[in-house]
Ligand binder design. Structure first.
Ligand code: NAG
Ligand code: NAG
Ligand code: ZN
Length: 443
């Protein structure tokens, strides 16, 4: 296990390392690319944040990195200026299905003024923290995939199954021009993918986290109409009253789900979450709102997240009959932001039992790497993995980051160098095990 900070009896070595780190932290971006950390930093320095990610430079960097390892590369644009980069390490038995390791090229924006280091500096601090937007989400795994292959090649390992790595655009804005178009393409079909690893999330303890499903987001907007009236009058069925009745009912449902979590019977991501995100009502006046009039329209917006086991029809029935019933002069709109079922109509989740042979191979690989695996989870949010699962391809979300605060989309996102380097070792075991796994046959 790589750890260079536990040599209390070797102060000179510690000082030397400290000096090296300080040197790295202050050296200009065009430093050498001799180490995995330097290559990680280089990739982090490409600003691929929305709303205007430019994918050209990072794709050419990754392409030359892959070519220097003797890997085949191919860039395909499924939408203008939105390349998907495909890297291939040919296996010795092309009749077996292949493995795909996915990551996204883009990131969410960062507010530099809220950061202790500029978000695209990839500054390495004396404690070994690498600060950058994308350090956890998910530029780490992109470089770790390639570094693991570098190490395996150096040991003359030959994969049996072909290994593909994909770098896709636009995950952070829904993946419509990225993974969605990619998995529906002939290029993807030709890969004959049998199993996918995509991004996961950091773990605050020493257990690696793995995700077998994502929750599916819905946007719900409910609208109430009612009789308008003077602000002084008490009467039934005003728009505000109708809306507030609905909000109370929705809130009771929210509490019932939250109670299950609070009682420890389910994780946050295993229940339906429904959270109010906007309220809109009132008659505007030059100074704010007219105060002596009860409006005839009012609306509210909710963010819903549905675990894959949810029956979407039951939720729709609940919305139609209880949350926004026509008999209370309510209407509603549901915007489904992602699928809940695969192409066969099955819940969008990857099996974590013996029915999925990849699961035990993956588990064994983590054990072989000396790692502990936490109980598999449903991810609270959404990733590109849903597009692969929709095709029925077993897909896990996994980012090997233990003892790391969860900072994706947050200010001061960082990853420790030791955690990053340990992740490379973990992927070496994973790639070795999965690519040598032959029993799955046509799986
Ligand atoms: C993207 O970056 C490349 C250089 O890396 C530049 O040539 C190109 O003009 C940029 N594209 C846009 C749309 O800014
Ligand atoms: C529904 O709207 C109609 C017409 O404005 C009104 O007469 C009725 O009282 C309303 N009913 C409810 C439950 O709000
Ligand atoms: Zn991500």
């Amino acid at each position: 296990m790589f750890n260079d900070r536990h040599f209390p009896h070797l102060p000179s070595l510690a000082l030397l390392l400290l000096f090296l780190r300080l040197t790295l932290a202050t050296s200009p971006p065009q430093q050498d690319l001799e180490t995995p950390i330097a290559r990680f930093q280089k990739y982090l320095r490409f600003n691929t944040a929305h709303p205007n990610p430019n994918y050209t430079a990072p794709v050419s960097f990754l392409t030359s990195l892959a070519q220097s390892l003797g890997l085949k590369t191919r860039s395909v644009e499924f939408a203008p200026n939105k390349p998907t980069l495909l890297i291939t390490w040919q296996g010795s038995n092309p009749s077996l299905s292949s493995l795909l390791f996915n990551s996204h090229l883009d990131s969410v924006p960062a507010e530099p003024s809220k950061w202790t280091h500029p978000p695209f500096s990839a500054a390495l601090t004396p404690e070994g923290k690498i600060f950058a937007r994308g350090a956890q989400d998910d530029k780490c795994i992109a470089i770790q995939y390639l570094e693991a292959i570098r190490n395996l090649k150096a040991r003359n390992f030959v994969p049996t199954r072909t290994i593909h790595i994909s770098f896709v655009p636009d995950e952070e804005i829904g993946g419509i021009d990225g993974a969605d178009k990619f998995v529906k393409s002939n290029e993807f079909k030709d890969l004959d993918v049998g199993f996918v690893l995509d991004e996961g999330q950091a773990s605050v303890n020493d257990e690696f986290r793995v995700f077998y499903a994502d929750r599916s987001p819905w946007n719900l907007i409910i609208k109430a109409r009612g009789v308008p009236g003077h602000g002084s009058r008490m009467y039934d069925n005003g728009a505000m009253e109708n809306l507030m009745n609905s909000i109370e009912i929705i809130n009771r449902f929210r509490d019932s789900q939250f109670d299950v979590v609070k009682a420890g019977k389910a994780a946050n991501s295993e229940v339906i979450s429904v959270n109010p995100v906007f309220l809109k009502a009132g008659i505007p006046s030059p100074t704010g709102f007219v105060m002596n009039m009860q409006p005839s329209e009012a609306e509210a917006g909710f963010d819903l997240r549905l675990p894959p086991t949810t029956d979407p029809e039951l939720v729709k029935k609940r919305i139609a009959e209880e949350w926004a019933p026509a008999v209370r002069n309510m209407t509603y709109e549901i915007i489904e932001k992602g699928p809940l079922r695969d192409y066969m109509g099955r819940p969008l989740m990857t099996a974590i039992d013996d029915s999925n042979p990849w699961w035990s191979v993956f588990k064994q690989a983590i054990a072989a790497a000396g790692g502990k695996l936490a109980k598999p989870e449903i991810l609270s949010s959404t990733t590109d993995a849903r597009f692969m699962r929709q095709l029925g391809i077993p897909t896990f979300g996994f980012s090997p980051m233990t003892n790391t605060p969860i900072l994706l989309h947050d200010h001061n996102e960082f990853l420790k160098d030791t955690v990053f380097l340990r992740g490379i070792e973990v992927y070496e075991h994973i790639i070795r095990a999965l690519s040598s796994f032959e029993e799955a046959g046509s799986v």
